[in-house]
Write a protein that binds this ligand. Structure first.
Ligand SMILES: O=C(O)c1cc(=O)[nH]c(=O)n1[C@@H]1O[C@H](COP(=O)(O)O)[C@@H](O)[C@H]1O
Length: 236
């Protein structure tokens, strides 16, 4: 259920720099979406851009997928919390000690801490890719293994494909948040995403938040595209 204060749509700001990102953002409505800032945009434009988005009323998901030793990674998520972001993520494959260190470090921020999410298996990784790094179980089994580890470490949820959502909700419970990319309204181009789902189907499958990039950012009228998806899911 979409509420005014908890927008389910996370718009992926996959732009090379601040100017085109802000040109898009200034057409959007913070009551209807949050914003995801990833590695390219953050590396170019950094914390000042994040503050600029927050000053415009948007919550920010800082999608930097930290993966390092526990001391370094927990310091990085604390820096994200100092920046006041709404959500931050790490790689679950960084392991238990790393994830626990991150969760413990964020406890100091109390109720205002960012949600701490883990990436399980990137949707770009095939079974062959996993075998190449010594993982012989299926991608699906590895996602479940890493989601269980993530939950046991006390994190808030995982990034996964919406196809995996029913299984993960059944295994991890309804409070464990699922953030799902690969979302396409029926009218939108699939692009390079392979495993796609409509916003409605993804929420019905158990997604908590929908990461949506090009169907909004490349639309001729981005606000109309956002509002169409928002109206579709607010009616659920
Ligand atoms: O972590 C992500 O956000 C992510 C993980 C993943 O497995 N697949 C995936 O597509 N994403 C991101 O989700 C967004 C999807 O954008 P669109 O395909 O344009 O809707 C991009 O920012 C991707 O980098």
């Amino acid at each position: 259920m979409q509420t005014k204060n908890d927008p389910k749509i996370l718009v992926a700001l996959d732009f090379p720099s601040e100017n085109p990102a802000l040109a898009l953002v200034d057409q959007l409505d913070p009551a209807k979406c949050r914003l995801k800032v990833g590695k390219e945009l953050f590396t170019r434009s950094g914390p000042s851009l994040v503050r600029g988005l927050q000053d415009r009323g948007f919550d920010v998901f800082l999608d930097l997928k930290f993966h390092d030793i526990p001391n370094t990674t927990s310091a990085a998520v604390a820096a994200a919390a100092d920046l006041g972001v709404w959500m931050v993520n790490v790689h679950a494959s960084g392991g238990e000690n790393m994830m626990v260190a991150c969760r413990e470090r964020l406890e100091a921020f109390g109720a205002d801490r960012p949600l701490l999410i883990a990436v399980t298996v990137l949707t770009s990784m095939s079974a062959d890719d996993l075998a190449g790094i010594g993982i012989t179980e299926s991608p699906e089994a590895h996602v479940s293994r890493l989601a269980t580890l993530t939950k046991n470490c006390g994190l808030d949820g995982v990034v996964c494909s919406a196809q995996e959502a029913p299984k993960l909700k059944a295994e991890q419970g309804t409070d464990f948040k699922l953030i799902t990319p690969g979302i396409r309204p029926l009218s939108a181009a699939k692009g390079d995403q392979q495993r796609i789902m409509t916003p409605t189907d993804a929420l019905k499958a158990g997604s908590d938040y929908l990461v949506i990039g090009r169907p909004i950012t490349q639309a001729s009228d981005p606000l109309a595209a956002l509002e169409a998806i928002h109206s579709e899911i607010v009616a659920l």
